[in-house]
Design a protein around this ligand. Structure first.
Ligand SMILES: [Zn+2]
Length: 380
């Protein structure tokens, strides 16, 4: 007969129980310690089995004693297994029910785990597939529909932002932009926003908006060309359209919940200027932007020099050094939507160094006219 380690609970025993041994006989259970203190011998027929424990799978055997109720549970799972296998196949009230209960409990848990696992896998697949779904959906949108989407976004944006479609700043942007996009399947439109934030963004269908804040920050036409080439790639690769389809999905949910069309229009218009792309998408736009510049014989060095400037400005901003400047926190927008600047600079420089372009040249622009117009905006 083997001894089974148990914990005994009962009157005058510590609340946490007492470690003891039990030996199962033919008709009784003997509980003892080496010192024989608190020793008990209980007839099997006097025992009552019940289910305890956090997972509802622990066997507790209890009995009535004149001093009060006693009970014990096996020390651990292996001791419990030993106890169950040594208990004779006689009726201990509740034992059959216990076995049934623990079996169904374990089924409940297994069922829950299984269900949860399936849900987790389904959710994971959905997230993974979601990108594929929007990519597929974007590929199904015709150029004409994309243009219409872009125009309606532009319309609502124009109402709130007062976009410029003419003037020296627009001329500079358009001249460089048209050089980059010559031969594209899109017919690009170029706009300048008076917004002082350092930002530029792409709207589906070939609409590019450059903020006044960004135009103030670029020091050379090649830097501006690099920014434009990056944004153009968000159009060419349909990143902007995909983002719009994403927010359209969200808009559908908002519409269903709030039934508010205005909220949806506001969301779409706000989303376009603050849209966030993943690091992968941004890097894609960077490298394809460089390829685009080089294919037009435009020196791509402006890409890394502009990013370095952004990074320096953001650091200055974080350190609070430019508080005295007229526009202290203007880099925030483009910077926050284009994360991991240092990694991007490294990737850009690596690519440019390994793809030298001997025929590439620097561009010209009418810097004086551009500055004069930007200063004019500032003075207003
Ligand atoms: Zn971008």
């Amino acid at each position: 007969m083997s001894e089974i380690k148990i914990t005994l609970y009962g009157p005058a025993l510590p609340a946490g129980g007492l470690a003891m041994y039990c030996v199962v006989g033919k008709n009784e259970v003997c509980i003892s310690t080496l010192l024989a203190a608190h020793a008990h011998t209980i007839k099997l027929v006097d025992l009552q089995a019940s289910v305890v424990g956090f997972d509802h799978d622990q066997l507790q055997l209890s009995w009535r004693h004149e001093a009060g109720d006693y009970s014990f549970i096996p020390f651990d799972r292996s001791e419990q297994k030993k106890l169950i296998s040594t208990l004779p196949k006689i009726d201990i009230p509740g034992l059959v029910q216990w076995k049934r209960a623990t079996q169904s409990q374990s089924w409940v848990w297994k069922g829950l785990l299984y269900t949860f696992g399936v849900v987790a896998i389904a959710a994971g697949t959905l997230v993974w597939q979601y990108d594929r779904v929007t990519t597929w959906a974007a590929s199904q949108v015709s150029m004409k529909t994309e243009k219409n989407i872009g125009e309606s976004v532009l319309k609502s944006l124009n109402a709130s932002q007062n976009l410029l479609s003419q003037g020296e700043a627009v001329n500079v942007v358009r001249d460089i932009g048209q050089k980059i996009t010559a031969g594209s399947r899109y017919q690009y439109q170029w706009f300048v926003s008076k917004d002082p934030e350092v930002n530029a963004y792409a709207i589906p269908g070939g609409i590019i908006v450059v903020n006044r804040g960004l135009l103030k920050l670029v020091d050379s036409p090649n830097e501006l060309a690099a920014v434009l080439a990056h944004e153009v790639q968000h159009v060419e690769e349909r990143h902007a359209l995909k983002n719009m389809l994403n927010s359209a999905a969200m808009a559908t949910v908002i519409l269903a919940v709030l039934g508010d069309t205005n909220a949806v229009v506001l969301l779409m218009a706000h989303q376009v200027s603050t849209q966030y792309f993943s690091r992968q998408v941004e890097s894609d736009a960077d490298l394809k932007g460089i390829q685009l510049l080089q294919s037009k014989n435009i020196d791509a060095g402006g890409m890394s020099s502009f990013f370095k400037k952004m990074d320096a400005d953001a650091k200055k901003m974080q350190a609070g050094e430019n508080e005295g400047d007229d526009n202290p926190s203007l880099v925030a927008s483009w910077f926050s939507s284009h994360p991991d600047t240092l990694i991007r600079i490294q990737l850009i420089e690596k690519y440019v160094n390994s793809h030298p372009c001997n025929t590439c040249t620097t561009l010209n622009w009418n810097q004086a006219a551009l500055r004069a117009e930007l200063d004019h905006f500032d003075s207003k």
